[in-house]
Design a protein around this ligand. Structure first.
Ligand code: CTP
Ligand code: MG
Length: 259
């Protein structure tokens, strides 16, 4: 698959064809409720191509990645296999498994499909279709250099306040204003030592812990997580306006880089 999507000389592929390469888990089983009615979010189109296809290609562009495991909507596995196939993303280096009811469950099911000899795992949202390859490479390199949990992140543009949540529309009392210079908005791919990530996912299942990102699980169980620079184009398509922005970024890339 990767050879076809992004041509790489045969000798280089052979050099890379070892367990040194990272495997990427791509949770793509969400419904995309905040994006509004329509197909599951990962299958919605950006520039005529499904978000999921963009995300898998973004990972495949990295020489550090040798396998992608896509976690499809549980009732959409065959559809996702067909979709990837029709975009030239088939073969030994892409697998599709059924995802779960939560992102965390989807990732756990994806992890279970990774061969035992793989040491580095990246977890990347299908909903971040435009992540630059430099971010993928940097995260994988940081894990390889000995950091068991690595997240890409960017500084915040807005000041953030902690509030006492109230019913929708009611004024919310402010508790405090964290120092913005210490805050980061985290993105994906997040990178992990495979054994460390596997362990916290199993513990979380036993203890019924739930968090919104994989690094959060490592933190919850006392592990150390480091942040590396993310990229503004690695934003997550969550609401309709994000899709407008993503279309604009893609159009600019196609005009300037022949993307
Ligand atoms: N995800 C998943 N399995 C789930 C829920 C989410 O694999 N049960 C995936 C989504 O497909 C997405 C990523 O996790 O690629 C990030 O989640 P999010 O942006 O919240 O996507 P959705 O859950 O689809 O959107 P929403 O929360 O608006 O319904
Ligand atoms: Mg969600």
């Amino acid at each position: 698959m990767f050879g076809r999507a992004i041509p790489i000389a045969t000798e280089e592929r052979n050099l890379n064809a070892t367990a040194q390469l990272a495997a990427a888990v791509v949770p793509a089983a969400g419904r995309g409720e905040r994006l509004g009615p329509g197909a599951p979010k990962a299958l919605r189109e950006l520039g005529g191509v499904p978000l999921l296809v963009h995300a898998v290609r973004a990972l495949a562009r990295s020489r550090a990645v040798g396998l992608v495991v896509v976690c499809a909507p549980p009732d959409g596995v065959a559809e996702v296999v067909g979709l990837l196939d029709s975009h030239g993303l088939e073969g030994d280096d892409v697998r599709v498994v059924a995802g779960g009811a939560t992102r965390q469950e989807s990732v756990r099911l994806g992890l279970a499909a990774i061969p035992a000899d793989i040491r580095v795992v990246l977890v990347h949202d299908a909903a971040r279709p435009l992540v630059p390859v430099e971010v993928v490479d940097a995260v994988a390199a940081a894990v390889r250099s000995g950091h068991p949990a690595v997240v890409p992140a960017v500084p915040l543009a807005d000041t953030v306040k902690r509030v006492e949540p109230q019913l929708a529309g009611a004024p919310e009392p402010v508790l405090d204003t964290p120092d913005r210079s210490t805050l980061r908005a985290v993105q994906t791919p997040q990178g992990f030592d495979r054994a460390a990530l596997h362990e916290v996912h199993l513990k979380a299942l036993t203890e019924e812990t739930s968090v919104t990102d994989d690094a959060g699980l490592i933190e919850h169980f006392g592990g150390r997580v480091v942040v590396v620079p993310g990229h503004e184009e690695a934003f997550k398509v969550t609401r309709p306006l994000d899709l407008v922005l993503a279309e604009a970024v893609l159009a600019r890339r196609r005009a300037t880089d022949g993307y």
